[in-house]
Design a protein around this ligand. Structure first.
Ligand code: HEM
Length: 140
């Protein structure tokens, strides 16, 4: 059965896109304000075009925001691989991984108020789910 929370995630993202356009610049500004050292990592892994890698990671984050309720097992399996992989192979510590997800969520939430209590609750659940999946892999 479809999880109604997915519709709430998608609806707010759609309103954000209609009103604000592409979120990448705002997400990266919020993320780098908290983790300035991370900018060098994006430049290191994508020399000449860090903006491309930045946009890909925002896209990946949006994907898991939209699919975590419909595909919780797949999302968990993915994070169990990706969080350690980013830490070990890409020098991306779990704090950055978590902070990137939180920056993406907060940019949308700040610009696009929740239209209902249920929508706000779905966003809160989604943040808790994704942060929890990072935290369970913090020391893996
Ligand atoms: C926090 C800053 C982050 C940095 C610096 C970063 C960096 C990278 C790099 C360098 C790659 C390899 C790209 C390639 O080989 O073409 C990659 C792959 C990937 N990243 Fe990130 N990433 C970050 C956060 C995230 C987050 C928050 C997510 C998802 C929620 C994510 C999801 C992915 C996915 C799906 C891939 C491709 C497959 C894989 O290697 O797992 N990344 N990332």
């Amino acid at each position: 059965m479809a999880d109604l929370r997915t519709a709430h995630i998608e609806a707010r993202l759609k309103r954000y896109a209609e009103e604000q356009g592409d979120p990448v610049a705002a997400v990266m500004a919020a993320f780098y304000a908290r983790y300035p050292d991370a900018q060098a990592n994006f430049c290191h892994h994508s020399p000449g075009n860090p903006a491309k890698l930045e946009a890909e990671m925002v896209g990946n984050t949006l994907y898991y925001m939209m699919t975590c309720f419909e595909s919780p097992v797949e999302t968990r399996i993915y994070f169990d691989t990706s969080v350690p992989q980013h830490r070990v192979a890409l020098d991306v510590p779990p704090d950055w991984y978590r902070g990137f997800i939180e920056a993406t969520i907060e940019v949308v939430e700040a610009a696009t108020p929740a239209s209902s209590r249920d929508e706000g609750a779905a966003w809160s659940d989604m943040r808790g789910a994704l942060v929890g999946l990072v935290e369970r892999n913090r020391f893996v």
